[in-house]
Design a protein around this ligand. Structure first.
Ligand SMILES: *[C@@H]1O[C@H](CO)[C@@H](O)[C@H](O)[C@H]1NC(C)=O
Ligand SMILES: *[C@@H]1O[C@H](CO)[C@@H](O)[C@H](O)[C@H]1NC(C)=O
Ligand SMILES: *[C@@H]1O[C@H](CO)[C@@H](O)[C@H](O)[C@H]1NC(C)=O
Ligand SMILES: *[C@@H]1O[C@H](CO)[C@@H](O)[C@H](O)[C@H]1NC(C)=O
Ligand SMILES: *[C@@H]1O[C@H](CO)[C@@H](O)[C@H](O)[C@H]1NC(C)=O
Ligand SMILES: *[C@@H]1O[C@H](CO)[C@@H](O)[C@H](O)[C@H]1NC(C)=O
Ligand SMILES: *[C@@H]1O[C@H](CO)[C@@H](O)[C@H](O)[C@H]1NC(C)=O
Ligand SMILES: *[C@@H]1O[C@H](CO)[C@@H](O)[C@H](O)[C@H]1NC(C)=O
Ligand SMILES: *[C@@H]1O[C@H](CO)[C@@H](O)[C@H](O)[C@H]1NC(C)=O
Ligand SMILES: *[C@@H]1O[C@H](CO)[C@@H](O)[C@H](O)[C@H]1NC(C)=O
Ligand SMILES: *[C@@H]1O[C@H](CO)[C@@H](O)[C@H](O)[C@H]1NC(C)=O
Ligand SMILES: *[C@@H]1O[C@H](CO)[C@@H](O)[C@H](O)[C@H]1NC(C)=O
Ligand SMILES: [Cu+2]
Length: 560
C-alpha cells in the first residue's frame, strides 16, 4: 500500500501584523512496486502490469506546495517510466517521465525516485506509465488538495470519490500493439470500458460486480473523474442526475450544470453530484465519442450510484442510455460550456501578446513498409514530421550538450499548405521522419493552432502538453482562417488545461507562456496516434539565474 509520511512542518508568517498562519508543507513519500498481477475480467485471467498489485493503482494524495517523492521499483520484464500527468514540474523535468524524452527508462530490477513539488495547482490529475502501452493498466489518481485552510471556491462536498475510466483488452496489451506495428494496420479495439477497474458484467461466468458508489441522500459528493483510457474519448452520465462541473485538469472552472460530460484520454473533470433523488440505484454509463469513421470499442461501461438505505431492501435501478457514439452536438455543448473561473483568487492569466505563432497540421499518413500487410503502414505526423524516438533522452542530450540526438528545427508551419479538411487533395500521403524540437526562449508566449487533417480520415486528437497548462482560446470546424478566426478568440476567461481535443475535421487554438525550462513533450493522447508518431517536443531555454533554470539531474537518474 502507498503511504505518506509527514516530514517538514514550516511556519510561515504572512505579513507582520497578521496573526501567524500555520502552513503545513510536507514531503509525501510513496513507494511504487511495479509488479505483474493476475487479474480476471470478462471471464478470463491474465497478468497485468500494476503498481503494488492494484488496478487502478493507489491514489496519491497531497496538498498544493507539498513535495512528492515516489520511489518506483521495476519488478517487471519491461522497461518502465511513469509520467505525472498535468503536474507542471517547474524546473524538475527530470521527474516528468516520458521515456526517451526526459529520461531513460527504469530497466528491470532498477529503481528511480521521482521528486517534484506541487506548485500553483490543486484538483485532480493522474499518473500513468509513459512507455510502450503499459499505461493501459499502470495508472492511478493524483489528488491535490488546496493548501491547508484554503477552501474550494464552491461549497465543501460531503465526500470525495475518484472514478478512473479505462479500457480493458482480453489479450495482452503489448501483444495488441505489437501485432498492429507488424501489420502496419490499426490495432484491435478494447473489449470493455472499466470504471475503477470494473467491467460490465458477463453472463455465465464468475465476473466481478459493477462498481458501486455508496452515497447518502441529501448530500453533495465530488466525483474526481479521470479518463485513463488509451484510445477513446468518453461520454459519462448518471441516470436522473445533473452534474455541476467545477474543475478540469486541476484548474477551477466557472461552475455549470450538465447531464453528460465528455472527457478525452488525459483529461480529468471534477463534478458535484447532488444526491437529491429517492433511495435507489442509479446507473452510471461510460461510452465512446467518435464522430469519424474509426472503429472503436462501442461497449458501454457501467457502475451504480447507490443511495444507502437501512437494511437489505432490494433497490430498484434507474437506467439511462449514453448519447449516440457520434453525438458531436452533445460534445460541443460540453466543450463550449467550459470557462475559466477567472476570479480574484484564481485569475486567468491569458497571454495577450504572442511571441511565437505556430500552426500545426496534425493527422494521419501512410508510409511504405515492405514487411507490412499492404506494403505500407499507417503513420501520423505534425507538420508532416513523424517523430522518431531517440535512444537517449532529449533532456539529457540538451542538458549535457550531446549533439546528434535531435535538431531544433521543428517547422512552425506545414511545409506545403493544403486544404487540410477538404477531400483528399494530396496524392502522396507519405510523411517525413525526424527527431525535431521547437525551441523557445524562457518566458516567450506561444499561440498554437492545432489543425486536424483529413489526410486519411479526419479524427479527434486529444493533445497533451507536458510542463504547462494552456488556455483554449478558440476552436472551429473546417480550416482555420488566420484573418477571421482570431477575432473570435476568448482572451478573457478561456478554460485552462493540459489536454484538449482537436475536433474531428476542425481546429483548436491554445496559448501558453514558456515559463518552465526544459524539454516538454507534446502529443496526441490517443496512444495509437502517439505510437504512430503524432508527437513532438518543445525545448525551453533557461532564463536568468538558478530560479529560472533546470535543476541538476538527480543521482539515481536512469541511464541508457
Ligand atoms: C497467473 O495466471 C497464469 C495463467 O494465466 C498462471 O500460469 C500463473 O501461474 C499465474 N500467476 C500467479 C502469480 O498467480
Ligand atoms: C528533491 O528535490 C529537491 C530539489 O528540487 C532537493 O532539495 C531534495 O533533496 C530532493 N529530495 C530527494 C529525496 O532527493
Ligand atoms: C485481434 O483481433 C483479431 C480478430 O478478432 C484476432 O484474430 C487477433 O488474435 C487479435 N489480436 C490480439 C493480439 O489479440
Ligand atoms: C458495435 O460494434 C460492433 C463491431 O464493430 C458492431 O457489430 C455492433 O453493431 C456495434 N454496436 C452498436 C450498438 O453500435
Ligand atoms: C449518427 O449515426 C447514426 C447511425 O449511423 C446516423 O443515423 C446519424 O445520422 C448520425 N448522426 C449524426 C449527427 O451524424
Ligand atoms: C446544446 O445546447 C443548446 C443550447 O443550450 C441546446 O438548445 C441543445 O439542445 C443542446 N444540444 C444537445 C445535443 O445537448
Ligand atoms: C490495407 O489492408 C486492409 C486489410 O487488408 C484493407 O482493409 C485496407 O483498405 C488496406 N489499406 C490500404 C491503404 O491499402
Ligand atoms: C476545401 O475542401 C472543401 C471540401 O471539399 C471545400 O468545400 C472547400 O471549398 C475547400 N477549400 C479551399 C480553400 O479550397
Ligand atoms: C468529397 O468527395 C465526394 C466524392 O467526390 C463527395 O461526394 C463529397 O461531397 C465531397 N465532400 C466534401 C466535403 O466536399
Ligand atoms: C511530406 O513529406 C514527404 C517526404 O518528404 C513528402 O513526400 C510529402 O509530399 C510531404 N507531404 C506534405 C503534405 O507536405
Ligand atoms: C515574463 O514576461 C511578462 C510579460 O512580458 C513579464 O511581465 C514578466 O515579468 C516576465 N517574467 C520573467 C520571469 O521574466
Ligand atoms: C531498455 O532500455 C535500455 C536503455 O534504453 C535499452 O538499451 C534496452 O534495449 C531496453 N530494453 C528493451 C527490452 O527494450
Ligand atoms: Cu490523435
Amino acid at each position: 500500500m502507498a503511504t505518506w509520511v509527514e516530514r517538514g512542518l514550516i511556519l510561515v508568517i504572512v505579513g507582520c501584523l497578521l496573526p501567524a498562519i500555520l502552513v503545513e508543507s510536507r514531503v509525501r513519500h510513496y513507494k511504487f512496486n511495479v509488479v505483474l498481477k493476475n487479474q480476471t475480467r470478462l471471464c478470463s485471467t491474465k497478468p497485468i502490469v500494476t503498481v503494488n498489485g492494484k488496478y487502478p493503482g493507489p491514489t496519491i494524495v497531497a496538498r498544493e506546495d507539498d513535495t512528492v517523492l515516489v520511489k518506483v521499483v521495476n519488478h517487471v520484464q519491461y522497461n518502465l517510466s511513469i509520467h505525472w500527468h498535468g503536474i507542471r514540474q517547474i524546473r524538475t523535468g527530470w521527474s516528468d517521465g516520458p521515456a526517451y524524452i526526459t529520461q531513460c527508462p527504469i530497466q528491470p530490477g532498477q529503481a528511480y525516485t521521482y521528486n517534484f513539488t506541487l506548485t500553483g495547482q490543486r484538483g485532480t490529475l493522474f499518473y500513468h506509465a509513459h512507455i510502450l502501452w503499459l499505461r493501459a493498466t499502470l495508472h492511478g489518481a493524483i489528488v491535490i488538495l488546496p493548501k491547508l485552510g484554503v477552501p474550494y471556491p464552491f461549497p465543501k462536498p460531503h465526500k470525495e470519490n475518484v472514478l478512473v475510466l479505462g479500457e480493458w483488452w482480453k489479450s495482452d496489451v503489448e501483444a495488441v500493439i505489437n501485432e498492429a506495428l507488424k501489420s502496419g494496420l490499426a490495432p484491435n479495439v478494447s473489449d470493455a470500458h472499466t470504471i475503477n477497474g470494473h467491467t460490465r458484467p458477463v453472463q455465465n461466468c464468475n465476473s466481478q460486480e459493477l462498481f458501486n458508489l455508496h452515497v447518502k441522500p441529501g448530500k453533495n459528493y465530488m466525483l474526481r473523474i479521470i479518463n485513463a483510457a488509451l484510445n477513446e474519448e468518453l461520454f459519462f452520465k448518471i441516470a436522473d442526475h445533473h452534474l455541476t462541473v467545477v474543475e478540469v485538469d486541476a484548474t477551477y472552472v466557472k461552475p455549470f450544470k450538465t447531464d453528460t460530460i465528455v472527457i478525452s484520454p488525459g483529461q480529468t473533470t471534477n463534478v458535484i453530484l447532488e444526491t437529491n433523488k429517492k433511495a435507489g440505484k442509479y446507473l452510471v454509463v461510460v461510452s465512446p465519442f467518435m464522430d469519424a469513421p474509426i472503429p472503436v470499442d462501442n461497449t458501454t461501461g457501467l457502475a451504480n450510484i447507490r443511495y444507502a438505505t437501512t437494511g437489505l431492501t432490494a433497490l430498484t435501478t434507474t437506467l439511462t442510455a449514453p448519447p449516440p457514439i457520434n453525438a458531436t452536438e452533445v460534445a460541443n455543448n460540453f466543450t463550449d460550456s467550459l470557462k475559466a473561473l477567472n476570479s480574484k483568487d484564481y485569475p486567468a492569466k491569458v497571454p495577450q501578446q504572442v511571441d511565437h505563432s505556430l500552426f500545426f497540421a496534425v493527422g494521419l499518413g501512410v508510409n511504405p513498409c515492405k514487411t507490412c500487410v499492404n506494403g505500407s503502414r499507417v503513420v501520423a505526423s505534425i507538420n508532416n514530421v513523424t517523430f522518431v524516438m531517440p535512444t537517449i533522452s532529449l533532456l539529457q542530450a540538451h542538458y549535457s550538450n550531446i549533439s546528434g540526438v535531435f535538431t531544433a528545427d521543428f517547422p512552425a508551419n506545414p511545409p506545403t499548405p493544403f486544404n487540410y479538411t477538404g477531400n483528399q487533395t494530396i496524392a502522396n500521403p507519405g510523411t517525413s521522419t525526424g527527431t525535431r524540437v521547437y525551441r523557445l526562449p524562457y518566458n516567450a508566449t506561444v499561440q498554437l493552432v492545432l489543425q486536424d487533417t483529413a489526410m486519411i480520415t479526419p479524427e479527434n486528437h486529444p493533445f497533451h502538453l507536458h510542463g504547462f497548462n494552456f488556455f483554449v482560446v478558440g476552436r472551429g470546424v473546417g480550416n482555420y482562417n488566420p484573418k477571421k478566426d482570431p477575432k473570435k478568440f476568448n482572451l478573457v476567461n478561456p478554460v485552462e488545461r493540459n489536454t484538449i481535443g482537436v475536433p474531428s475535421g476542425g481546429w483548436t487554438a491554445i496559448r501558453f507562456r514558456a515559463d518552465n525550462p526544459g524539454i516538454w513533450f507534446m502529443h496526441c493522447h490517443l496512444e495509437i496516434h502517439t505510437t504512430w508518431g503524432l508527437k513532438m517536443a518543445f525545448l525551453v531555454d533557461n532564463g536568468k539565474g538558478p530560479n529560472e533554470s533546470l535543476i541538476t539531474p538527480p543521482k539515481d537518474f536512469p541511464k541508457c
